[in-house]
Design a protein around this ligand. Structure first.
Ligand SMILES: Cc1cc2nc3c(=O)[nH]c(=O)nc-3n(C[C@H](O)[C@H](O)[C@H](O)COP(=O)(O)O)c2cc1C
Length: 424
């Protein structure tokens, strides 16, 4: 097991001996804003290419509380609503964008032109492509302190899961224009981090593309952007930096080229993307067998990527009509009993999710490429949110669980990456 993963396990004792009291007044900023000397323009959700970004990362609800605090939530979920990830992209040969490198300014729903493309250059070679790609190439980073401020050393896990959710949201955005997204984990992180002026506070985790190859060869683009602070305050976390560096070079990788198939009705799917929220607790109402089958179908579709790591998916069925209760693996019932209490306990005693929900999921992996496998867990999580919202079922990611006890319960040794619950 990767040492970072082993060191950041939760246990019954660790969460009690290290209570995590938060002063929300000190929360780091969740927005990165480039100075207004950069050209900026608002995204138009009616434009298909703008829409991919709008439906993947924009603010979807603004809540104001009598205490004067405000909470802006987004189409993509994030552990603790801390939103550690930033989204950058290259646009080439598409309507609605001048060819260039952009940052998505979430707070104002604007694209910020960071650099205009010149002939024969592009970000393609940093993502493993030799020729120009017509369309969009995305880069996902993490401003890690936004998450480590709350989750301390465990936050690298959340930065990766949340990045996976953002990639999964891009997949949904692309589906709206009948396109597939290809995830690229093998990006030249060191060169890109330097060109984008990140220092050690922000780092790239992955890329993705919705584009078609052209014949023209491109040279790697070279620029040096100014440093722009993305969190307001900052405290270095060595664990986060070491784990990132150690996992930045991919070991053997196997690509997935099977195209996933989804049969969402487009208008309804589009509406559901904007309506998605995390369920704060379930009422213990059941799901139907048809819903169960549909959910399993969607999350088991292949994920196009250059490094498809193997993940194991276990599901506890607490209440699904016409399905025996218990633990399932690869569609087979492996323990036939009421495990709902146990499922809630394992999710750090979040019984209102793990017990009251209809289904509780656990994702594990023994694979080697930590950044790729963790982001894949996030993508699957996002697919689960997407299909659940579409079917009007509630869903919540659960990043807090008793790692070793989940392993003992499942009789598995793999790293426990993520839990999620769905239900009503
Ligand atoms: C990786 C991840 C882990 C999460 N873990 C928990 C959790 O342990 N308990 C919980 O109640 N919510 C959890 N959530 C839900 C978030 O708190 C929620 O996404 C966030 O507050 C934003 O709200 P929204 O999803 O309604 O937009 C998690 C979400 C993600 C993406």
């Amino acid at each position: 097991m990767y040492w970072y993963h082993a060191e950041t396990k939760h246990s019954y004792y660790s969460v009690r001996s290290n209570p995590n009291a938060m002063d929300w007044a000190l929360q780091p900023s969740t927005y990165k804003t480039y100075p207004n000397s950069f050209e900026k323009f608002e995204l138009d959700s009616q434009n298909l290419w703008h829409g991919i970004i709008y439906y993947a990362a924009s603010i979807s609800i603004k809540k104001y509380y009598p205490t004067g605090t405000e909470r802006f939530l987004r189409v993509n979920p994030s552990a603790g609503a801390l939103y550690p990830n930033e989204l950058y992209f290259q646009a080439r040969g598409i309507e609605g964008f001048e060819d260039g490198i952009y940052h998505y300014e979430v707070q104002s729903n604007r694209a910020v032109l960071l650099y205009r493309l010149k002939e024969g250059e592009g970000v393609e070679p940093y993502m493993g492509y030799e020729t120009a790609m017509q369309g969009m190439l995305f880069l996902v980073s993490a401003v890690y302190y936004r998450s480590s401020w709350k989750y301390k050393n465990r936050a690298f896990r959340y930065c990766l899961l949340d990045a996976g959710h953002l990639l999964g949201s891009l997949e949904s955005g692309a589906l709206l224009m009948d396109e597939n997204i290809n995830i690229v984990y093998d990006i030249k992180r060191r060169e890109l981090n330097k060109m984008f002026g990140f220092g050690s506070r922000e780092y790239f985790l992955s890329g993705a593309m919705v584009a078609t190859p052209l014949e023209e060869k491109v040279k790697p683009i070279k620029f040096e952007l100014i440093y722009v602070d993305g969190s307001g305050t900052f405290e270095q976390n060595e664990h986060m930096e070491i784990a990132y560096r150690q996992t930045s070079h991919l070991l053997e990788k196997i690509a997935e080229s099977k195209i996933p198939k989804f049969d969402y009705e487009k208008v309804r799917f589009q509406e559901s993307i904007l309506k998605r929220r995390s369920q704060r607790g379930f009422e213990g109402k059941p799901m139907t067998k048809a819903e169960y089958l549909k959910v399993m179908e969607v999350i088991n579709e292949p994920i196009l990527s250059d490094c498809d790591e193997e993940l194991e998916l276990f599901v506890v069925l607490n209440r699904v009509h016409h399905m025996p209760m218990g633990l399932y693996h690869k569609g087979k019932l492996v323990k036939n009993e009421d495990l709902s209490q146990r499922a809630g306990y394992l999710c750090l005693e979040q019984y209102s999710l793990g017990t009251q929900g209809a289904m509780t999921f656990f994702l594990l992996s023994n694979a080697k490429n930590y950044q790729a496998l963790y982001q894949k867990a996030g993508i699957i999580g996002q697919r689960l949110y997407a299909i659940s919202t579409y079917l009007e079922i509630g869903c919540s990611g659960i990043g807090a669980y008793y790692d070793d006890e989940v392993n003992a319960f499942l009789e598995q040794e793999g790293m426990v990456l993520y839990a999620l619950a769905i239900g009503r």
